[in-house]
Design a protein around this ligand. Structure first.
Ligand code: ADP
Ligand code: MG
Length: 618
């Protein structure tokens, strides 16, 4: 995801490195762009065969567009797609039928190519919503085979095995010269790149990344996994269709062979070589392959073999691709910069708005909840009522069913019996919908997005509140920019509270255990929940971090939230909670104010084996 420029002290070695590096990279990029723009003139000047050399670059640019589409699916969306050549084929048919059969403009043809590419992707995704990674890949493989076969047999429309020839882009009756078409292709590649970049850096892209990493985590932030996948795959499909349309215009024909799986090899190799899940990786990868293919032109029948070897070598030597390896290299890495080593958790941010809740209605209520795992009665008839404006502790020994209770309340587990209500209404069925109704949870096991920045982790929590569309983000409307700025400012405030202000651009994986826990908590707070469930957030925190967590819980309570605090250690909860529910073996054994719970014989009994826990508390 986006890498943020760090506030380096000017003159420090780190800032010099960053400046020199970015100047060198900008110069390189500018040089490549200048060469590409002048390419038709260069080839005119140096070669008898200018059209051939222009064609090579145009074809590579078209392949790069398709590779960007693959990158969106696989790199950012985490969806294995084997149907990129099918997208190329249907896009090609779209243009061919529009231009040759209908006599429409090629521009309209390109628009149709985008639409049919999108539709094909959406259709495939809808039939495979529940498929896992590998099965999804197999379904796209099947889709590819089907599209090719339909192309072969739908003779009147597609020209059967022969295909459709004579596809030429014209303006006012005259054919557009190849070197002008070349510029059109370049412009569309640039446009595709911008779409990819702006999409990935927006909330829509962060949601895709969240779903890629874990549907459970994404759901806890109110992100709908299915809709998110549909959007990413649909956008990728549109881009794939566009590439197919351009391909047909460039070659002048389209036939079912365009959709063959073998032809998809180049996109995979390009993506893995350049760097999957990076913005420029697909472009660099395809560019290098175009050069390789040209160099081995004399041995064309070995092309597939050589590309296969390149793919193998890339995966073995640079699994993260050229861009990924560069980013983790000594010069390519962002220096972690001057962080404030002693940065302590700050004040609770004022941006957390007060929550208005109807009086007397429980924020979260479970009635007669039961959840069995085989013979284990993990939750065995539990009633809980969690009121707004309170911190409600749920304590009990390890394995007593606390986490399972949370999973039941937030709909991660289907119930064997019982009912869940959120602010008096029956809780929705899906976890993301529970989050949308205002109940956010922090899991007991770490659920951070380790590979993205600390800041992006927090921003992901704001997805539910984002009011811009993905298209608005892609064209960066003023409304989008305003929201994006406000979100970043708010996220920074939350990070300063967690003592992470100077680490905003770090990958989350670089944080200490306690910092990660606090980051997960503030990411949950960023969803602006009305009820916040924290499953053993205190484990492994330093005393300063513990104090910050306690301050946050109190502040949220004072702003009207219902805070549910799960702990197996009685010590931390006693001073903090307004009400405590004690469970053991899936049953409530005591409930009430801390004083009452502390004296309860049942609780003393339950903790008999662990007198240490109670000693600390009393
Ligand atoms: P706690 O959070 O209080 O430590 P849990 O809710 O995690 O306890 O677990 C309660 C009981 O349910 C344990 O016996 C545990 O082994 C069992 N359990 C929890 N989750 C599962 C699961 N997904 N499959 C099978 N058993 C489970
Ligand atoms: Mg637990």
């Amino acid at each position: 995801m986006r890498r943020i420029a760090l506030p380096h002290r000017s003159g420090s070695p780190a800032s010099t490195l960053v400046r020199v590096r970015s100047a060198a990279l900008s110069t390189l990029a500018a040089a490549v762009i200048v060469v590409l723009l002048l390419w038709p003139r260069i080839t005119d000047y140096y070669s008898y065969n200018a059209t051939y050399y222009n064609g090579i670059v145009a074809s590579a640019a078209i392949a790069a567009i398709l590779t960007v589409s693959l990158n969106l699916c696989m790199g950012y969306g985490g969806m294995l797609s084997m149907m990129q050549t099918a997208l190329q084929l249907v896009g090609g048919y779209g243009v061919a039928i529009a231009v040759v059969k209908m006599g429409w403009s090629w521009l309209l043809g390109l628009a149709i190519a985008i639409v049919v590419g999108t539709l094909l992707s959406v259709l495939v995704l809808l039939v495979s919503l529940r498929a896992t990674y590998l099965y999804f890949g197999m379904i796209t493989l099947a889709a590819d085979l089907i599209v090719v076969e339909v192309g072969r047999s739908a003779d009147p429309l597609t020209g059967g095995v022969v295909g459709i020839a004579g596809i030429t882009p014209t303006v006012g009756g005259t054919v557009i010269p190849k070197n002008q078409f070349y510029y059109l292709v370049l412009a569309l590649l640039a446009g595709t790149y911008v779409v990819q970049r702006n999409f990935v850096r927006s909330g829509a892209g962060r949601a895709a990344m969240a779903v890629r990493e874990s549907t459970d985590t994404a759901s806890a932030m109110g992100i709908r996994p299915a809709t998110t996948k549909l959007l990413v795959f649909g956008v990728a499909g549109g881009i794939g269709g566009l590439a197919g349309g351009l391909y047909a215009l460039q070659m002048g024909f389209v036939n079912p062979d365009v959709g063959l799986l073998d032809n998809g090899l180049i996109f995979f190799v390009g993506l893995f070589l350049g760097g999957i899940g990076t913005l420029v990786g697909p472009l660099i990868g395809v560019g290098i392959i175009a050069v390789i293919v040209e160099l081995i032109r004399g041995y064309a029948r070995y092309t597939t073999l050589i590309l296969g070897l390149v793919l193998l070598a890339a995966i073995m030597l640079i699994p993260a691709g050229i861009v990924g390896s560069w980013r983790s290299s000594r010069i390519g890495r962002d220096p972690t910069g001057p962080t404030d080593e002693d940065e302590a958790p700050g004040d609770v941010p004022a941006t957390v708005p007060p929550v208005a809740a109807p009086a007397g209605v429980a924020a979260l209520e479970g009635v007669g909840l039961m959840k069995f795992f085989g013979g284990v009665r993990a939750v065995d008839g539990i009633d809980v009522r969690i009121m707004p404006g309170t911190v409600h502790g749920i304590i009990g020994p390890n394995g007593s069913g606390k986490s399972t209770l949370v999973a039941c309340l937030t709909r991660y587990h289907p119930l064997n019996a019982g009912e869940v209500r959120v602010f008096g209404r029956p809780a929705p069925r899906a976890p993301y919908a529970v989050a949308a109704a205002g109940v956010t949870r922090v899991f007991q096991a770490p659920h951070l997005f380790e590979r993205v920045s600390v800041l992006d982790n927090v921003l992901t929590g704001m997805r539910m509140r984002e009011r811009y569309t993905w298209a608005g983000a892609v064209v960066r409307t003023p409304g989008y920019r305003r929201q994006d700025r406000a979100e970043r400012a708010e996220a920074m405030e939350l990070l300063r509270f967690a003592g992470l202000g100077s680490r905003a651009s770090w990958p989350a994986s670089a944080l200490s255990h306690g910092q990660k826990r606090l980051l997960e908590v503030v990411r949950a707070v960023a969803t602006r929940p009305r009820a916040l469930i924290l499953d053993e957030p205190a484990t492994g925190l330093t005393p300063t971090e513990l104090a910050a967590l306690a301050r946050l819980c109190r502040a949220l309570r004072d702003r009207g939230l219902a805070v549910v605090l799960i702990e197996h250690n009685v010590d931390f909860v006693m001073g903090l909670c307004d009400e405590i529910t004690v469970i053991e073996s899936g049953k409530v054994i005591e409930r009430g104010v801390p004083e009452h719970v502390r004296r309860s014989p049942a609780v003393l009994e339950a903790y008999l084996g662990r007198p240490d826990l109670l000693e600390e508390a009393s």
